[in-house]
Design a protein around this ligand. Structure first.
Ligand code: CMP
Length: 140
C-alpha cells in the first residue's frame, strides 16, 4: 500500500452547523493525518474553476452557488491509500445512498449540501491540492 495525499473540503453546510471538529475526528480516527488546513470562502468564479470538470452538467450552477455561499475548510489528508480511504469515510455522493456510519449518511442534508468533498483519483488529488495549497503549506 502507498501513502497518498488527497484534497478534502468541508462544505458550507458543515461549517454552518459547526461540524468541522466532528468530521475531522472521523478522518483522524480512521488513520488519516490532516497535513494542511485552511478556512476560506470561495467566490462563485473560484468555485467554478475548482469544479470546471462539471461545467456541462445541469447541477453546475447550483453547485458553484452553494460552494460559494459560506465558509469552507480546505484540507489535505495523508495516509495509506488516502484517496480511496477518504471516499469510504465520506460515503456516497447522494446521502440517500450513503452507507451507515459514513459522514454523508450521518451529516449530509442533500446531494448539494453533502458536507464533504474528496478527490476521486491521483490526478484529481494533485490538481485539487495545488488549487488550494503551495508546497510550503503541506506539513506532514
Ligand atoms: P462533490 O464530491 O463535491 O463533487 C461534485 C458535487 O456536485 C458533488 O459532490 C455534489 O455535491 C454535487 N452534485 C449535485 N448533483 C449531482 C449529481 N447529480 N451527480 C453528482 N454530483 C452532484
Amino acid at each position: 500500500m502507498a501513502v497518498e495525499r488527497t484534497l478534502s473540503i468541508l462544505k458550507p453546510d458543515a461549517t454552518e452547523r459547526n461540524l468541522t471538529g466532528q468530521i475531522n475526528a472521523r478522518f483522524e480516527a480512521a488513520g488519516l493525518r490532516i497535513v494542511a488546513q485552511k478556512r476560506l470562502q470561495l467566490t462563485d468564479a473560484q468555485a467554478g474553476l475548482f469544479y470546471q470538470e462539471h461545467s456541462a452538467r445541469p447541477f453546475y450552477k447550483d453547485l458553484c452557488g452553494f460552494m460559494s455561499s459560506g465558509p469552507i475548510v480546505a484540507q489535505v489528508l495523508e495516509g495509506e491509500n488516502a484517496i480511496l480511504a477518504n471516499r469510504d469515510i465520506m460515503g456516497a455522493t447522494n446521502p440517500a445512498n450513503a452507507a451507515a456510519g459514513t459522514i454523508r449518511k450521518d451529516f449530509a442534508v442533500s446531494i448539494d449540501a453533502n458536507s464533504v468533498h474528496g478527490s476521486d483519483s491521483p490526478a484529481a488529488a494533485a490538481r485539487e491540492i495545488s488549487f488550494f495549497f503551495s508546497t510550503l503549506e503541506l506539513v506532514g
